[in-house]
Design a protein around this ligand. Structure first.
Ligand code: HEM
Length: 352
């Protein structure tokens, strides 16, 4: 049994050519890895490893990994398919092709941590993940990679590494204040993040997901807005009751979703929360107030469960910066740091 070091406060923490995902992912991976200096070599001291490598190593340490063939984070998951149908309001918000035409989607729901068999109701399995690949009419694709919390514990990849490292150094028997207590004591956003209750959901289909990082959306007239994605369950948000949580099957979320889909399409509204003048767009800890304008982008309708789960999940690499004209990245350093780290993790599970 793989055990995860808690992501909680201490007590008292793919692409452009969908047809050939493996080849594409390898290409993407090669590009990202090429960007990593030679220090990637195994003998580079830990504090001199390139940041993407150090981040993946820290995630592996927390998960007792690397676990062969599995992601260094969000290792446990399930793949489903369906369609995305754009709302009437979408084309005037961005000229992106999938905002003008219904397209197929490939969606992976997941639990947090690199632990392949983490119990779905474990507090460490949250925030859960929802990665969405929109297959575009020209044969390309674009991704959204979101989590079930509206915000992130830190604003820079360096602070993320510091948090992961502090957690891994705060095991049982470590004198107080432990490194993670010290970290949370000096990072209020991280303390708020880990202290916010995240009750296990009844289903992946009754959980809201958030893009967290901002993107710039531009329409055909050249009008732009910064916004953040929200993926909202049409069935509403429903959590397990406390009594159900204690006796939940370790795989209750993974087992429940195919049954729910077999009973009828599982739907989500994709919306954009639009920033207002003065809102911070390059810091994932700066959550915007709920009164900001919401633009309907469309509806995701999930109708089937993939057959070859293990094989397909292993070959799939989602990339939050796999964008399409009409959508651009913000200057959020967390967003920029994700694809290189994902590529390192992909290289590991592709056996490189
Ligand atoms: C610097 C910050 C981050 C680092 C270092 C990081 C690292 C990772 C790694 C290594 C993976 C495994 C990738 C793979 O093997 O394919 C992963 C997956 C994932 N991450 Fe992140 N992540 C970061 C920030 C975020 C943020 C801000 C979000 C959400 C808004 C997020 C959501 C996800 C999801 C949903 C997956 C699973 C994707 C899939 O199903 O394949 N991550 N992350």
């Amino acid at each position: 049994m793989h055990s995860a070091r808690p992501f909680r406060a201490a007590p008292g923490s793919r692409g452009v050519f969908p047809a050939a995902p493996a080849v594409l992912a390898l290409a993407l991976n090669a590009i990202a890895l090429a960007a990593i200096p030679a220090a990637f070599a195994a003998d580079a001291p830990a504090d001199q490893k390139p940041l993407p490598v150090a981040l993946v190593n820290a995630l592996n340490t927390l998960a007792g990994g690397p676990h062969a063939g599995f992601r260094a984070n969000h290792a446990k998951g399930i793949l489903v398919t369906g369609t995305f149908t754009p709302a009437k309001t979408a084309p005037s918000f961005s000229s992106a092709p999938h905002f003008a035409k219904t397209v197929p989607v490939l969606v992976r729901f997941s639990d947090t941590t690199g632990v392949p068999n983490i119990p779905d109701a474990s507090p460490d399995a949250s925030p859960h993940g929802m990665a969405i690949r929109f297959k575009l009419p020209d044969g390309g694709s674009t991704d959204i990679v979101s989590i079930s919390t509206n915000g992130f514990p830190v604003g820079t990849p360096q602070d993320f590494l510091a948090l992961l490292t502090a957690i891994s150094k705060s095991g049982p028997g470590v004198p107080k204040p432990t490194p993670v207590e010290q970290f949370l004591g000096t990072h209020p956003a991280a303390l708020k993040f880990v202290s916010t209750p995240k009750p296990p959901p009844q289903s992946f289909g009754s959980l809201a997901f958030y893009g967290v990082n901002a993107f710039k959306f531009t329409n055909a007239k050249g009008v732009s807005h910064f916004a953040r994605y929200q993926v909202l369950p049409v069935a509403g948000e429903h959590a397990l009751a406390a009594a159900e949580t204690t006796k939940a099957d370790p795989n209750y979320l993974i087992d429940e979703l195919p049954k729910r889909i077999a009973a009828g399409p599982v739907k989500f509204r994709l919306v954009a929360q639009v920033s207002k003048e003065g809102d911070v767009t390059n810091d994932a800890t700066a959550v915007w107030p709920p009164d900001r304008e919401i633009v309907e982008l469309g509806v995701i309708s999930l109708t089937a469960t993939e057959k070859e789960q293990a094989k397909e999940q292993k070959a799939l690499l989602y990339n939050p910066l796999s964008l399409t004209p009409g959508i651009e990245a913000s200057a959020d350093p967390i967003l920029a740091a994700r694809p290189p780290a994902y590529a390192v993790s992909f290289a590991q599970r592709a056996g490189q």
